[in-house]
Design a protein around this ligand. Structure first.
Ligand SMILES: Cc1cc2nc3c(=O)[nH]c(=O)nc-3n(C[C@H](O)[C@H](O)[C@H](O)COP(=O)(O)O)c2cc1C
Length: 205
């Protein structure tokens, strides 16, 4: 079992890292391999809707997004973690995820996704909803915890004091591991759900 973890914070060792590390400890103890990639401190531009990925299978901007694509394809689970900026996800992370999800065509059915929002005080649940959207139109399963996945803190290190937030992270990692293992068993026994030929209906007037 492998989990790719994308950290959307520009601050190395910041509060988002603390939240992620709490999950990594559980994944380690459960024998789940993890790779953390910090993208919030990278220069990642947004999607330009050129659609060249539809023929090439990769983004026209050959940066970390194209490096993340095979890691995501190989992973059983994806964790996306963001600091809250203006009650939403970090803009660099959003550019990264738009391009990653749009430019890759591999099947994501029943890969397990989990999102985390980290904030001083407000905007966690809006950010959580925003990040979950990436998982929810491509057949992924979404792991949940004992509460909405948020951790609080402003200055670097403050998240260590949010004991409930850290417990939520540990529970999330355990639930995600259970879901990934259960899905692996289910795939062996029943196979993935049948898919229909895709209908593309555009509402233009
Ligand atoms: C540009 C900017 C906008 C922010 N907006 C919010 C916000 O809307 N709500 C909030 O509670 N905290 C906000 N914060 C605080 C961060 O979410 C908080 O410091 C968080 O711990 C940062 O995580 P990090 O250490 O992983 O970068 C903002 C910080 C910055 C730099």
């Amino acid at each position: 079992m492998k989990v790719l973890i994308i950290n959307g914070s520009p601050r190395v060792g910041g509060n988002t890292s603390i939240a992620i590390n709490e999950m990594v400890k559980v994944f380690d103890s459960e024998g789940v391999e993890t790779e953390v990639v910090q993208v919030g401190n990278k220069d990642i531009r947004g999607c330009i809707a050129c659609s060249s990925c539809k023929t090439s299978g990769k983004c026209v901007f050959d940066d970390i997004v194209n490096e993340l694509a095979p890691k995501f394809e190989a992973a059983d689970g994806l964790v996306v973690a963001s600091p809250v900026y203006y009650a939403a996800a970090n803009g660099t992370l959003v550019s990264c995820l738009d391009r990653l999800f749009y430019s890759t065509g591999f099947d994501r059915t029943m890969k397990v996704g989990a999102s985390i929002a980290v904030a001083r005080r407000g905007g966690c649940s809006a950010t959580f909803d925003q990040l979950n959207k990436y998982f929810m139109n491509c057949g992924m399963a979404v792991a949940t915890s004992q509460y909405w996945n948020s951790v609080h803190g402003r200055d670097k290190g403050e998240a260590e004091q949010d004991l409930e937030g850290l417990q939520t992270m540990r529970t999330l990692a355990r639930n995600m591991t259970f879901l990934m293992k259960s899905i692996a068993l289910g795939k062996e026994k029943y196979g993935l759900p049948e898919t229909e030929e895709r209908q593309w209906t555009h509402f233009i007037g």
